[in-house]
Design a protein around this ligand. Structure first.
Ligand SMILES: *Cc1c(COP(=O)(O)O)cnc(C)c1O
Length: 369
């Protein structure tokens, strides 16, 4: 087969929910109630149940969700938070925005998940939280972290890429003290714009997060704490409820496609396929392989109209934003190795076997030459 293959294809998902979204939106438009309302509360209840957490609080985006989770734990200047060096910048950004210090640690080179031993070794008397990231849709080894960390260090799970993933039967978003997720359009559960949520089973933290996103206001005209304006839009809640009903099926389709890639690529020398940690059922937000001459392979895929990507080429410590940490190349060898070799292949629930075969044949040609 020929023709372009995108990295993600949001059109097919929209087609599946289009009628339901149109009906839901026309109800919102008829009432002109665009902030709050029963649609937001309904989605929050559905997503809490889906995640296995007692509470879900919708917010404006995933980065705010992370920041509010940290602020609910009263983390701020003088505190330290441990973050894997190989993550999307937002995990570190959220820590920095609270005024706390970002302490980076390396990852496991096989799974790309935070290395619990490295995290435990980075703990000081100022450490208040560790932020394991469920990277690429696979839950981080949170129970191993818990076993190694002092009891006063909180676990803030970055579950932006893992909606519906499980580890030893527990669902992403419920494994730490509190978790943040993102409904950015390309995530497994994607809105039609920015959106995010915090999940937690701790009522005290849930209450604080809700205050923070709503101008620090529990009731009209009352502002006991300084807050922000970051709420889940009503129109987005309608989309998310419609999509959530289909998410388990979409995640299953991603698993099937991931298994197909792994089988096809097992025949190709020079490509390292993803490693799933014991106990994990991933949701394959991304299907990430490793190849030695990554930029050449990526160039050939792009030349063939195949939308491969890199998540992420630059570890946090080598970005300009975190240059003041003073950590140069060599600080986190595993994260840096991944930055050079990782390659995300097109993956979305509706990808066809023929599309995957074509991707693999272009990868195989590129790696061989
Ligand atoms: C997408 C993402 C975020 C941030 O989400 P936004 O909604 O874009 O702010 C945070 N962490 C990880 C790992 C992500 O992939």
């Amino acid at each position: 087969m020929t023709g372009p293959i995108p990295l993600v294809d949001l059109a097919a998902q929209h087609a599946a929910v289009a009628e339901e979204v149109a009906a839901g939106w026309s109800q919102v438009l008829a009432k002109t109630a665009f902030v709050g309302g029963p649609q937001v509360a309904a989605f929050e209840a559905e997503y809490a149940e889906f995640s296995g957490a007692a509470h879900c609080i919708g917010v404006g985006n995933g980065t705010d969700a992370l920041e509010f989770a940290l602020r609910a734990l009263e983390i701020g200047p003088g505190d330290e938070c441990i973050v894997p060096a190989n993550t999307f910048i937002a995990t570190a950004e959220a820590v920095a925005r609270t005024g706390a210090t970002v302490v980076l640690v390396d990852c496991d080179p096989d799974t790309a998940l935070i290395d619990p031993t490295a995290a435990a070794a980075a703990v000081t008397t100022r450490t208040r939280a560790v932020l394991p990231v469920d990277l690429y849709g696979q839950v981080a080894p949170i129970e191993k972290l818990r076993a190694l960390l002092p009891a006063n260090v909180a676990i803030v799970e970055d579950a932006a890429q893992s909606q519906g993933a499980t580890r030893h039967g527990e669902t992403a978003g419920s494994l730490g003290d509190i978790a943040a997720t993102s409904f950015y359009p390309g995530k497994n559960l994607g809105a039609y714009g920015d959106a995010g949520a915090v999940t937690t089973s701790r009522a005290d933290l849930a209450e604080r997060v809700r205050l923070l996103g709503a101008h620090g206001s529990p009731r009209k005209y009352e502002h006991p704490v300084l807050g922000f304006n970051s709420r889940l839009d009503t129109l987005q809640a309608v989309v998310l409820s419609a999509k959530l009903r289909r998410l388990a099926g979409w995640n299953a389709a991603r698993r099937e496609a991931a298994d197909r890639y792994t089988a096809l690529l097992s025949e190709v020398d020079g490509v390292v396929t993803p490693v799933v940690a014991e106990g994990n059922v991933p949701v394959w937000h991304l299907y990430v392989v490793r190849v030695a001459d990554r930029d050449t392979v990526l160039g050939k895929l792009h030349a063939e109209g195949i939308g491969a990507g890199i998540h992420y080429p630059t570890p946090v410590h080598l970005t300009g934003a975190f240059a003041d940490l003073g950590l140069g190349a060599g600080a986190f060898p595993n994260a840096e190795l991944l930055g050079r070799e990782i390659l995300s292949l097109p993956l979305f629930p509706e990808i066809t076997p023929a599309q995957q075969e074509r991707v693999v044949s272009v990868v195989a040609d590129a790696v061989r030459s």
